[in-house]
Design a protein around this ligand. Structure first.
Ligand SMILES: [Zn+2]
Length: 764
């Protein structure tokens, strides 16, 4: 019998139980025991469901209250000094590292968050230097292994591999100049050995060790470390399954095949072509091959016929005992279950497969290739065949007018009419002072706003009543900004549930779910829409709100849109046509919206591309092609306006070294970027390359409820001005404020305006 496996499961709960309980804990409304209890219930349900669906290798240890990388840092005692001696419980120290803490005389910022590989999941970057004293504070995989064992379920514990853990880490500010986190490997290995040997003693047969760094270009540089570390680990551990996912191993497979590991997992969803090479690399070894044929990243049903073909190939080369059918990666990237969706049509439901359904898929494929004669397996195979055929039929219905418009895009549609210097003059009509202050667009999504939206959904509020409510919210946001003295205003986006969902709901070609949440970071979950057919705009989507907001004030109002690449990257895309074609369709729809905003008297229009970088392929060889079409679609969406209209864009990250020329090529009049959590390295990048347009590096971190003082913001501005032209600097927070409360928002923005005033006086 061929084994089946799921590499990791959503840890949010089918009804977002974890979000609810940790947020209640943060608010002081519940205690740590309750958090543990709810977590145990969620884990139990996950394990039980996977077992019932016939999965043979069930993950444990992959659960997290916030982030699994942070779990490792906490377990390994890699706790930065600023969190020491605060008198906090281990759980509160953990949450302080995750989100900062400002209470009872304690004031510490959160750690840096980064996107996890090419996904929209964020992890907490471990901070290390030579002084770190690694030790095993607790053995989370062991605890969860035992927890499952007590329920009669044997699991395969999951740990993040030591080399990937160190490769994702950064040096602390105190570290020596030439310090590289990977140099700590010899110091870290004893901790892994202890962790693994305890699992072995507890009876674990397998342990899954995730080493996704191996699918990046960086992976090859760790060949020596893999060669030295894994033999040591294998000597004390249960059978080790080294997993790689999100991309292709390329030549790394050659040194991996020489390791004494029991199993190797490869991603055949992202890189089906690597199967042959992997088989030949391991065929003369005893290594078991785990085949990621069921996508952990896509919500579309697996085409069983195609998956089975790949698995059969491996079986004929290696034999049944040396093959595991698996999800391509952890499936934390997809929603828990299709069973919670009541509003999708039967036809639509038949296209998709969420986490629990994917679990059934791996089990079914494993049964089929094992030669199962079970009638239920045969029926599942037949049903899949029918579903896939129906979807293929549906895909034939393309929108001819959209396809035609895309194929007749001309090069001049990508470019603004005049160069930046000319536009800068024309944009004096906005009448902005030096160091203009602005925000990224969203204001706190309060309980009242969410309630009004929910009431509208349940018809407890009429469209007209809802509209009145939103208008009042916009008016109060405008008055607030006028009162505290911001220069370039926003309407606050009370009408938007989400920066992608809102647009998806107004465009043709998307479907929406009711409960299909996925974790973005911590307790922040998103519900990505699904692109199912060609995309077009039915009517203006945002114009009347921006127009209304502008009518309330003499200050300029920014129109706010989400860019084509971000809508694409934060949706579940189609898999039957290219991402480029989907982005072009989105860009044309947005171009019409941008031009309509301009015609309605909006002088500044922001098209956000926070997800541009996360879409970057993991292998550099694939970058140019992605950056070329991604950049072009942004330009296509914004370049239709006159010189006097100021275009803005926003990026939620700070790694620009790699993609700087592309950011310049976008030619937005103003960009705002995340900068508060990373040091000035980012700003240095802009100086180094000589960025020519306006720029607003975030002056404080909005992902934490902490309020920055005005002097702290002054210091940031001062250090930025050491690198940037003072005539081009904008002053803004580093991201939208929708997840914040009003109290900290007001206090922070008052300090921000104060600091900009200080800058005007001191840099006259
Ligand atoms: Zn942002």
């Amino acid at each position: 019998m061929v084994a089946s496996s799921v590499l990791g499961f959503p840890r949010i709960g089918a009804n977002r139980e974890i979000k609810k309980v940790v947020e209640a804990y943060w608010a002081g409304k519940t205690n740590a025991e309750e958090v543990t209890k709810v977590a145990a219930e969620v884990k139990k349900l996950n394990w039980t469901e996977l077992k019932q669906r016939g999965v043979t290798h069930i993950p444990s240890g992959d659960f997290s209250l916030y982030d699994h990388v942070l779990d490792h840092s906490a377990a390994f005692n890699a706790i930065p000094k600023r969190y020491h001696g605060l008198g906090l419980s281990p759980l509160d120290t953990y949450f302080a590292m995750a989100r900062g803490r400002q209470a009872d005389g304690v004031d510490v910022p959160a750690g840096e968050m980064k996107k996890w590989f090419d996904s929209n999941y964020h992890f907490l970057v471990p901070e290390l230097d030579d002084t770190v004293e690694f030790k095993l504070n607790f053995n989370k995989p062991l605890e969860e292994f035992k927890e499952a064992q007590a329920l009669g379920i044997t699991t395969r514990p999951v740990v993040l591999g030591p080399i990937t853990y160190l490769a994702l880490s950064k040096a602390t500010k105190e570290a020596k100049a030439d310090f590289e986190p990977i140099s700590l490997l010899p110091k870290l290995l004893p901790v892994y050995k202890q962790l693994l040997s305890e699992l072995k003693a507890a009876g674990a047969e397998w342990v899954q060790v995730d080493e996704p760094i191996l699918v990046t270009d960086k992976g090859a540089s760790f060949e020596t470390q893999y060669g030295s570390a894994y033999p040591e680990l294998v000597a004390v551990a249960p059978k080790l399954l080294l997993t790689t996912f999100y991309g292709r191993l390329e030549s790394n497979v050659n040194f991996l095949a020489k390791l004494p590991i029991a199993g190797l997992h490869i991603d055949l969803d992202r890189a089906p072509d690597q199967l042959d090479k992997t088989i030949s690399a391991i065929s003369s070894t005893p290594i078991i091959l785990s085949l990621g044929v069921v996508s952990g990243r896509s919500v579309w049903k697996t085409d069983f016929a195609a998956a089975i073909k790949l698995v059969q190939k491996a079986i004929s080369a290696l034999g049944q005992d040396r093959v595991i059918v698996a999800t391509s990666s952890t499936i934390l990237h997809i929603p828990v279950t299709l069973a919670s969706e009541n509003k999708l049509t039967e036809e639509q439901k038949d296209w998709f497969s969420f986490a629990l359904e994917k679990a059934s898929e791996v089990a079914t494929i494993a049964a089929v290739v094992s030669g199962s004669q079970d009638a239920a397996v045969a029926a599942a195979l037949e049903a899949n065949h029918t579903s896939i055929a129906k979807r293929r039929d549906f895909e034939k219905n393309s929108d001819d007018s959209v396809r035609k418009r895309v194929s007749s895009i001309t090069p001049d549609q990508y470019e603004r009419k005049s160069p930046f210097a000319v536009r800068l003059e024309a944009q004096k009509v906005l009448n902005l002072p030096k160091f203009p202050t602005t925000t990224i667009g969203s204001f706190p999504q309060t309980k009242e706003i969410r309630q009004a939206r929910a009431k509208l959904g349940k018809n407890e509020l009429s469209e007209a009543e809802y509209e009145e409510f939103i208008k009042k919210e916009i008016e109060s946001a405008v008055r607030f900004q006028e009162k505290i003295g911001l220069d370039l205003l926003v309407h606050g986006e009370p009408e938007r549930n989400d920066m992608v969902q809102y647009f998806g709901e107004r465009l043709s070609g998307f479907v929406f779910t009711q409960n299909a949440w996925v974790q973005s970071y911590g307790s922040r979950y998103v519900r990505p829409p699904i692109i199912v057919s060609d995309v077009s705009r039915k009517e203006p989507m945002t114009v009347r709100w921006s127009e209304y907001a502008q009518s309330l004030t003499n200050k300029p109002m920014k129109g706010m849109l989400t860019g084509p690449v971000t809508i694409l990257n934060w949706s579940f895309p189609r898999v039957d046509i290219s991402r480029e074609l989907q982005a072009q369709q989105l860009a044309l729809a947005l171009r019409d919206e941008v031009c309509d905003l301009e015609a309605a008297g909006i002088k500044a229009i922001q098209v956000d591309e926070p997800a541009l970088r996360e879409g970057l392929p993991l292998r550099r060889a694939d970058w140019d092609s992605y950056l070329n079409w991604a950049g072009n679609t942004f330009k296509l969406s914004t370049a239709g306006v006159g010189d006097h209209t100021q275009t803005h864009s926003h990026f939620c990250y700070s790694d620009f070294d790699d993609i700087f020329p592309q950011i310049q090529r976008l030619d937005a009049d103003v960009i705002s970027i995340e900068a508060s959590k990373s040091d000035m390295k980012l700003i240095n990048t802009f100086k180094h390359y000589g960025y020519s347009n306006n720029i607003g590096p975030g002056v404080y971190d909005v992902h934490s409820p902490r309020v920055p003082g005005d002097v702290e913001i002054q210091e940031r501005i001062k250090s930025m001005l050491a690198y940037l032209d003072q005539t081009l600097l904008y002053v803004n927070p580093d991201c939208g404020l929708k997840t914040r409360g009003w109290k900290e928002t007001e206090a922070s923005l008052v300090n921000l305006v104060q600091a900009a005033r200080w800058a005007r006086e001191n840099y006259a």
